[in-house]
Write a protein that binds this ligand. Structure first.
Ligand code: DGJ
Length: 733
């Protein structure tokens, strides 16, 4: 049993293989957070909580005599509001009488084998019933508002999930203006917050800062998880490194607006809340109604960031996405976007597809531009009718030609959007998200369809499944190229407009259920102007997401470094493009572009006719090497060898098989110095007692030496050059 309850003490203890999570119902019914960290026995650690009579820290009305009891400093599982806890709340209701308070007291609990339900929302899957669930219900006695805290324990994976259901069991309508999915309280605050974000064409940058007095937060109010901030993060001890120190990781399984807030309070305690962003959120609950907040995946490592990373990689590989491709080596693809953008015809497409075979490509993807009125990016979205001027023989014929070349065929779609000149817009202007009487903001000259409406989703299911069928598509790239503004659904009354952002997400998940899950043989790739919606919610449906619209190999090192913390390599769409790079103008060797793209789902984003014969041969060799190495990437452990934000000279990473028999090491020089000191690339994750042959270096060496001393980086490697080493353990072959 990974979940234990001790009636006498009111203590719940959740064990995973290496971690323990403990909480306690105290004699007032408050659910206190006692512990989350390295595995301990079933001991009672409530002694850690020290109560004092602290000035200006209120005492609950039914415990007036206990002047040392205050919600102001007690660590809790789900933070209330308005009754003595002044820290960031997890929930904020407007009650029937207009009061703004919630104080949850223990009501009941349930423990069962298998996962909890989160209808309509993505979450870790558990077909094998390997998890156990704990449901603890807290009640605000004054209003009848109940909060059901859901804990899923994946013992072997060292993962605990959290989610919340809020139920109105009172007699009056209650308005929720904030419902976070998880509160995590800490007794101390000597932690750093690591999180990831940037901007379009440079997303997922790594940010690490000490938790400081007051509140820090990051999040998105753009309607999607965003380029600016990823819905994930890590709290780690200030001295934590790849191999040492306590680290707590959290990933929100949601693709819409989110908020992560971290507070260090007056007593140097720390609280982290993660959930749907309260801005422009309001959910009304009539008596008997409920609201479900999405899942958060938590993991802890006492041995640094590498282990935490691999905990998340492992659970996301096995329990998140149902697609059969998730743990398969992906076909090497060539995507037409940077080759021709929107300017192509049948002849050109077939020419690119044909010549892509010379690069070892297995899948050809026709990106944006194949439908009517799509000669620039301001028009054409919504009707999804083929442009017969560009492709006179039709999609089916084109696909057949490409299949006959021995290639798989893929196509680009952007279902959620509409352009104003289309038939769809003219016939159904009310199907669009816009506020009546206001001139709506545009993004890439397009508008967002109101996916909260079933009829809109029905239209899209028919259209998209039609395109996939007609194209005999083996692959689909699902793009979304603007933020959501002017939030309003014409299908809902004024007082329900605060629900639209979340209803949009529920609609999107339903749409993906009906299109993606209904086409199990199609490989789907998510995209939102690159990595604008790179989150676990999307990965529930699609096994890979285009990492960024920036294909520059050097810029990509940082982007992929950021993503590597919590998302497995095989989920990161990553391609070789031409030089000068279209986004940065940088020149890099072809080899470096290939090494960097091999961090993810390797492919090409170029017109092969722009390559020399020699370069084409090299590409074919890279494609071959990728197929050889990819099984290690797909199943093995991942190690960052350098931090590109600290080491400006070189970036290294490696993948190692679980049995430590084989490893692939990649190194890219990002800068050079004249007469430089010799640096050493220190490896990780090998068996220290093993002897490894390092191909490419004519070297046989122990794991200890490779990890403690490293591989010397010699002067032969010039700026932007790269190397890859394949390591094979030879003493156990
Ligand atoms: C944005 C994507 O990130 C690109 O790869 C490309 O598909 C364009 N959209 C097409 O409009």
């Amino acid at each position: 049993m990974s979940i234990k309850y001790q009636k006498e003490t009111g203590i719940f203890t959740l064990h995973t293989k290496h971690t323990t999570y403990q909480m306690q119902v105290d004699n007032l019914g408050t659910l206190l957070h006692l512990y989350y960290g390295e595995k301990i026995a079933d001991e009672d650690v409530s002694f850690l909580i020290i109560r004092n009579d602290r000035g200006f820290s209120p005492n609950p009305g039914d415990r007036m005599e206990e002047r040392d009891y205050s919600l102001d400093f007690l660590p809790q599982e789900y933070a209330g509001i308005g009754t003595g806890d002044f820290r960031i709340p997890a929930i904020s209701p407007v009650n029937g009488d207009g009061s703004l308070a919630f104080s949850g007291r223990y009501k009941r609990h349930k423990i069962y084998d298998g996962p909890y339900e989160l209808s309509g929302l993505p979450k870790l899957r558990d077909q094998k019933k390997e998890s156990q669930t704990l449901e603890i219900t807290l009640e605000d006695e004054a209003t009848g508002l109940m909060v059901e805290l859901l804990y899923g324990v994946f013992e072997e994976a060292d993962v605990i999930t959290r989610a919340v259901k809020v139920l109105n069991q009172g007699k009056e309508e209650i308005k929720l203006s904030k419902v976070m999915s998880c509160t995590l309280d800490f007794l101390e605050s000597d932690y750093d917050l690591i999180h990831f974000g940037g901007h379009h064409v440079q997303e997922h940058e790594y940010h690490r800062q000490p938790v400081s007095f007051g509140c820090q937060s990051f999040g998105s109010v753009r309607g999607y998880s965003s380029h600016q901030h990823n819905p994930s993060g890590i709290l780690c001890k200030t001295n934590a490194s790849e191999e040492e120190g306590d680290c707590y990781g959290f990933v929100f399984v949601y693709s819409g607006n989110f908020l992560c807030e971290v507070e260090k309070n007056q007593f140097s305690q720390m609280r982290m809340n993660l959930g749907i962003h309260p801005q422009q959120f309001e959910w009304r609950l009539l008596p008997g109604e409920s609201f479900t907040a999405p899942q958060v995946v938590l993991s802890y490592s006492e041995t640094g960031l590498s282990r935490l990373t691999n905990n998340f990689h492992n659970i996301f590989r096995t329990n998140l996405c149902e697609s059969k491709y998730m743990n398969q080596v992906r076909p090497v693809l060539l995507n037409s976007w940077e080759a021709v953008y929107l300017d192509f015809d049948e002849k050109k497409i077939l020419e690119i597809a044909r010549s892509s075979k010379e690069l070892g490509t297995e899948l050809f993807v026709m990106d944006d531009g194949w439908f009517v009125n799509r000669n620039d990016d301001s028009h054409g979205l919504g009707d999804w009718e083929l442009d017969e001027k560009k492709l006179p023989h039709g999609l089916c014929w084109l696909s057949e030609q490409i299949h006959q070349m021995g290639l798989l065929f893929g196509i680009w779609i952007e279902p959620e959007m509409v352009s104003q000149g289309t038939k769809l817009y003219k016939e159904h202007p009310d199907w669009v998200i816009q506020i009546p009487g206001r001139n709506p903001s545009m993004g890439r000259a397009q508008m967002v369809l109101d996916l909260s409406r079933k009829e809109v989703r029905d239209y899209l299911v028919e259209k998209m499944n039609g395109v996939i069928r007609e194209a005999h598509a083996d692959y689909v790239k699902w793009d979304a190229n603007r933020s959501i503004t002017d939030i309003y659904s014409q299908a809902l009354p004024g007082m329900k407009q605060g629900e639209v952002f979340h209803r949009y997400m529920l609609g999107l998940y339903d749409l993906m259920d009906r299109i993606i899950l209904a086409n199990p043989d199609v490989l789907f790739e998510g995209c939102s102007g690159g990595g604008g919606r790179f989150d676990a919610g999307m990965l529930y449906y699609q096994p890979q997401i285009w990492g960024s619209d920036d294909t520059d190999a050097i810029a990509r090192l940082k982007i992929q470094y950021g993503l590597s913390y919590l998302y497995p390599s095989q989920t990161i769409g990553s391609h070789v493009s031409v030089c000068p790079n279209h986004q940065t103008g940088r020149m890099t060797p072809l080899h470096t572009r290939a090494v960097t793209a091999m961090h993810g789902t390797f492919g090409f984003e170029l017109d092969p006719s722009d390559l020399s014969e020699e370069e084409k041969k090299q590409c074919k060799e890279y494609a071959r090497e990728y197929k050889e190495y990819a099984p290690v990437m797909v199943e093995g452990d991942y190690y960052r060898l350098t931090n590109p934000y600290e080491n400006h000279l070189f970036t290294g990473w490696m993948h190692v098989t679980k049995d430590k028999q084989k490893a692939w090491v990649s190194l890219v020089m990002t800068d050079v110095e004249g007469n430089a000191p010799i640096s050493y690339l220190k490896l990780r994750g090998l068996d220290k007692d093993g002897m490894y042959r390092v191909d490419g270096l004519n070297l046989v060496c122990s794991g200890t030496v490779l990890m403690k001393m490293g591989i010397p980086i010699t002067w032969e490697l010039k700026e932007y050059e790269a190397v890859r080493y394949c390591l094979t353990r030879i003493d156990k072959e």
